[in-house]
Design a protein around this ligand. Structure first.
Ligand SMILES: Cc1cc2nc3c(=O)[nH]c(=O)nc-3n(C[C@H](O)[C@H](O)[C@H](O)COP(=O)(O)OP(=O)(O)OC[C@H]3O[C@@H](n4cnc5c(N)ncnc54)[C@H](O)[C@@H]3O)c2cc1C
Ligand code: SF4
Ligand code: SF4
Length: 1024
């Protein structure tokens, strides 16, 4: 099973991109490797910089990037590199938080091709997968068998099984499931010299038989493991912290527990004595021991029922004191959120409403989830917990008679309960609000991940938090505390400015002090994110001299020349890893945009702040099926890092901070390869946890490019589409016939670059405005009306699709609204804005605002049919004009269905319910999604009598002029395919979409002859 896009958009002969730059570093390395292996090997400056970061604070430019397609490719690369002492770094989604996925090495990206699910055995409850398989994709495939890969890292829909093995990942439900190692049965691995082997369970006798300290690499590995089991088991048992979750250092505690059949730290049963599983030794090794090319993992049943309760506390310390007694109730998850985050969440549009559920005085919450056999059992477990921890509560169920009781004092103020899926999701949403809020700062101070992952025995959490706070105070900063309180794993990201020397000292000082605290309290410096560049140096302090040397010996046995991801987990004493080195932002960092921004940037640090905002989490690499949302359609169509928001953001920052050539950001190549493929859907502005607004950055760069180099004829034509449409309408039907002449489209493609295979819009001789005038204008007088609107005649509605305008007038008048359609307004400036003609867009905006503002002041609202034009008024005008009048116009502007829904106009309208019996598939417009206004049409259609299946779809791929551009037509098709699949899977009889571009794209859905209407036309059809 493979989830590759059916066609690579770059393969289209017209595409002007190949996902890389022309400037190749180390051409000999790339040429040699390309001769040796079948896969793509890239040494160009863009590719190398794209893989220089992960989700951490670090940045190291690799030597080259290879995209293996088979184990043979991996072997070829590893052998070649081993002979020349070139380091190699295996990589999954690059979502690691400690810097273990960046190195001066040849990077192997497994997610592009080696991402197949090779076998699912539902009876044996195992799956065999390639390392680039995304966990979310695997779980989707397993869902039909009611099975899942149990460890659930929060970013599982963007991260791969290879990375989960590399980091020994786990998630919120580790109390039930433990870490990845518990599920790793066997793996195929390429060793440091290119040997391919299979690691799995062996008896201690087999281990000894295969061990030969003088033998080949594999035999030497067995010999070292055998020695560790023989000689160091006691030391390992004594030294490793007794924690359910500890991923610092190598996974030697599991090795010893399996060999001895003793209990694993944290209480997991290691099974019968006498065997060890070497595959599990790779778990948490961060690519430093071997490269996994195939893995067989065991699976767990999907739990039937869940129940959640949210316990509210007056402060974090009280919440921490309650964790231990709560654990006696055997919950599946206990998660914490502190006052810093609750307060920040209160002020956000997204999370604010969830915080309103919290009782007054709540300054910390613990979310407790139970897995249950059925609904009654779920209620019973919550009741058991509350009877113990909050006796004043009156829960929905009755506690079991044998429910645990502790004599600890009552600390919680109140508890919320949630049993239905949607209610539970609300509470989880509050818990997960932490990261996006913390990571939205555009200041130089950032909430850095470097001691964000400590694990502490739960009974020590109260002391730990108190002393941790004191450390932060001593270092003159603060942080919030959130995450997995149950297993003692707290995520804490202090605010630090690493662009200053003081910041670097804070980084080191805090980490040093926190490590001392962790050691004192029996904890670990990493409970789930791994060691990487941030924490490797603390392993020495955590484990002591002897085990540090054992780590070094194990590393040498697996990787004699230390070429596999060197410097992570353990280092050579003469080549230490220092958490202050290789930071993305350090005191030497310099930013030079090379031009003055043309748009308004309200955020801290202006455009620079936005360019530096992406923290590399890889959220923009999620698939439509598993992640949903809009971001990022071009990545979804191509699976290339450079086409993800992260790739663009990294490339732009690197271009503006000297990692690429000076002025690179406004070079032809950068504009074509990096910014040109962004379709400006604004998906990232809403779906990215940090709200990186790449569409706005693209507008800036393209504008500057035009300033320096001029614009093409095609760009100028598209920016002036309103004038073209006006001529088209005046010359119709001739204007519609001309493109149909034999050879006309080919000529247009050859001369102007407009794709010959994309039907052009057609024009109407009678415009919407003409129609409105001819009918005698408004039929509801201003005096008699309940409301009064200016119905803005957008370009597409006016010249190409007046039916939507007519329908809007009918619906609005049916709701007793006075409608005027002014004739003195120009287009909104959307096409000029999208094509980077920002002065032209600003001029248009200024004119429109000057005409609309007086009407708004008279009490009229502005209603727009075309979603991208509505959003132009609502959002983009504020980037063009710092003008109170623009703000007033923005506040008074509505999409047509938004207007009907917001003022519940349809409640005053009589609908013919027989006429509207159809079931619809609704595809919303991405720009409306960016301003959270796409739901209105669904509500209105439903109340008009339609059954509506709203798709969780992204951009359609047309994106205004993008799909018409010959070099972008294949990318547009690739994005369109994702939407077609969703429409095909929907049960609606008919597709409906408010956006003109979307409807054009949907007309091309294979094997259909569809001409999708706008929602307002269907609402009008349903009028009595
Ligand atoms: C917002 C956010 C939330 C997160 N939440 C969690 C969480 O809840 N729990 C958690 O555990 N982690 C979490 N993480 C960290 C990270 O997402 C996980 O550790 C994840 O499993 C890493 O997978 P990846 O595919 O991105 O791996 P990468 O980052 O690409 O690689 C991780 C390590 O594995 C190694 N590796 C990759 N492929 C192979 C291979 N084929 N063979 C050998 N080694 C390999 C790499 O060299 C690297 O050292 C989070 C990260 C972010 C950004
Ligand atoms: S653009 Fe946003 S989602 Fe993508 S990596 Fe950057 S911060 Fe994460
Ligand atoms: S605007 Fe759309 S295409 Fe561009 S980076 Fe953001 S999500 Fe991707």
């Amino acid at each position: 099973m493979s989830l590759e896009p059916s066609v690579d958009p770059a393969a289209d002969g017209r595409a002007n991109y190949d996902y890389r730059s022309d400037e190749v570093d180390r051409p000999a390395l790339v040429d040699d490797l390309e001769r040796l292996v079948d896969c793509d090997v890239r040494g160009d400056s863009y590719s190398r910089e794209l893989y220089a970061t992960d989700a951490s604070a670090y940045e190291v430019t690799p030597m080259a990037v290879a995209v293996p397609e088979s184990t043979a490719d991996v072997v070829g690369i590893v052998e070649y590199c081993a002979e020349r002492e070139i380091p190699v770094l295996p990589r999954g989604g690059g979502t690691s938080l400690a810097g273990q996925t960046v190195n001066r090495a040849v990077v192997l990206d497994f997610t592009r091709h080696m991402n197949d699910i090779l076998e699912i055995d539902p009876d044996g409850r195992t799956a065999t997968v390639q390392p680039g398989t995304i966990l979310g994709t695997l779980n989707e495939a397993l869902a039909t068998h009611d099975l899942k890969f149990a460890p659930d890292p929060a970013w599982g829909d963007k991260s791969a099984i290879g990375g989960a093995i590399g980091n020994n990942s786990t998630g919120s439900h580790s109390l039930k499931y433990g870490k990845t190692d518990a599920y790793l049965e066997e793996c195929e691995a390429v060793l440091a010299d290119g040997t391919v082997t299979t690691f799995g369970e062996v008896t201690l006798e087999e281990l000894a038989d295969r061990a030969d300290p003088e033998g080949d690499l594999e035999e030497r590995i067995y010999a070292e493991v055998d020695r560790i089991v023989d000689e160091e088991a006691d030391l390992i048992e004594e030294t490793y912290p007794d924690l359910k979750r500890n991923v610092s250092g190598y996974n030697l505690d599991r090795l010893v527990a399996e060999a001895r059949g003793s209990e694993l730290p944290g209480g997991e049963d290691a099974g019968e004595p006498g065997t060890v599983n070497l595959a599990r030794l790779l778990a948490g090794s961060e690519g430093t021991l071997a490269i996994v090319t195939e893995a067989t993992v065991s699976l767990e049943p999907v739990p039937e029922t869940k129940a959640v309760t949210l316990l509210c506390y007056p402060d974090l310390h009280e919440a921490m004191r309650d964790v231990e007694p709560i654990l006696a109730h055997d919950p599946a998850a206990v998660e914490v959120l502190d006052d810093v985050l609750i307060d920040l969440a209160r002020d956000t549009a997204e999370f604010g409403p969830v915080t309103e559920m919290l009782p007054e005085g709540t300054n910390a919450v613990l979310l407790v989830e139970f897995y249950a056999e059925d609904a009654d059992h779920g209620e019973e477990q919550v009741a058991g917990l509350l009877a113990d921890r909050l006796p004043s509560a009156t829960p929905a169920g009755e506690p079991a008679s044998d429910a645990p009781r502790s004599d600890a004092e009552t600390l919680a103020l109140e508890a919320l309960e949630a049993y239905e899926k949607a209610e539970r999701a609300q509470l989880w949403k509050l818990r997960k609000s932490g990261l996006p809020i913390l990571l939205s700062r555009t200041t130089d101070e950032k909430h850095i991940s470097f001691i964000e992952d400590t694990a502490i025995p739960p009974e020590n959490l109260p002391t730990f938090v108190e002393e941790f706070e004191a450390i932060l105070e001593a270092h003159d900063t603060y942080a919030s505390f959130y995450a997995h309180a149950g297993p003692g794993v707290l995520h804490v990201r202090p605010l630090v400015n690493t662009k200053t020397e003081i910041g670097l000292e804070q980084l080191h000082g805090i980490a040093d002090d926190v490590t001392d605290l962790v050691v004192e309290l029996g904890g670990s410096v990493s409970g789930e994110h791994g060691d990487g560049r941030a924490r490797t140096q603390w392993n020495h302090k955590l484990y002591g001299d002897e085990l540090w040397r054992t780590f070094q010996d194990l590393k040498t046995a697996f990787d004699p020349d230390w070429l596999l991801n060197p410097g992570q987990v353990v280092f050579r004493d003469d080549d230490p890893t220092d958490l202050r080195e290789h930071l993305r932002f350090d005191p030497d960092y310099e930013f030079e945009a090379g031009f003055e921004p043309a748009l308004e940037w309200e955020n801290d640090n202006g455009m620079q702040g936005m360019v530096e905002l992406c923290h590399g989490c890889g959220g923009c690499r999620g698939e439509q099926e598993t992640t949903g949302g809009v971001m990022c359609p071009t990545y979804r169509a191509s699976r290339e890092e450079i086409t993800a928001t992260r790739g663009r953001a990294n490339a732009l920052r690197q271009a503006m901070s000297g990692d690429l050539e000076p002025e690179e950001a406004v070079s032809d190549e950068f504009v074509e390869e990096v910014m040109g493929l962004c379709i400006g859907c604004k998906g990232c502005a809403i779906d990215c946890p940090s709200e990186v607004d790449m569409a706005k950055l693209k507008a800036e760069v393209t504008h500057e490019y035009h300033q320096r180099n001029g614009a093409t004829l095609r760009d100028r034509l598209f920016a002036n589409v309103a004038t073209l449409s006006k001529w088209g309408s005046q010359l119709a039907p001739l204007s519609n016939a001309l493109p149909k002449l034999p050879g006309a489209r080919k000529a247009l493609e050859a001369t102007v670059g407009i794709a010959s295979d994309r039907p052009l819009p057609t024009f109407r001789a009678t415009t919407f405005r003409d129609w409105f005038d001819r009918r005698g204008g408004a039929r509801v007088s201003e005096q008699a009306a309940d409301r009064s609107v200016v119905l803005y005649p957008d370009t597409y509605t006016n010249y190409s699709h007046p039916e939507a305008g007519k329908a809007a007038v009918r619906v609005l008048e049916a709701a007793n609204v006075h409608v005027t359609v002014p004739d003195e307004l120009g287009d909104t400036g959307r096409p000029a804005f999208s094509k980077g003609f920002l002065e032209k867009a600003r001029e248009t905006a200024r004119e429109n605002v000057s005409k609309l503002a007086p009407l708004v002041e008279e009490g009229r609202d502005v209603v727009v049919i075309e979603p991208s034009d509505a959003v132009m008024f609502q959002l983009d005008y504020l980037d063009l004009l710092s003008d109170e009048r623009a703000e007033r116009v923005a506040a008074a502007t509505y999409g047509v269905c938004e207007y009907v829904d917001s003022f519940r106009l349809d409640e005053t309208i009589a609908f013919d319910s027989d006429g509207a019996a159809e079931s619809l598939t609704y595809h919303g417009h991405c720009h409306q999604k960016a301003v959270a206004k796409d739901h209105h049409a669904v509500g209105v259609l439903r109340r008009a009598g339609y059954a509506v299946d709203p798709l969780d779809s992204g951009c359609c791929g047309m994106a205004g002029s993008f799909g018409y551009e010959a070099e972008h037509a294949s990318m547009s098709d690739g994005i369109g395919e994702i939407l077609y699949e969703q429409v095909d899977a929907s049960e609606g009889d008919r597709v409906v979409a408010p956006g003109a571009s979307c409807r054009t794209q949907l007309e091309h859905r294979p094997d259909t002859d569809e001409n999708p209407p706008t929602p307002i036309e269907l609402v009008a059809e349903a009028l009595e």
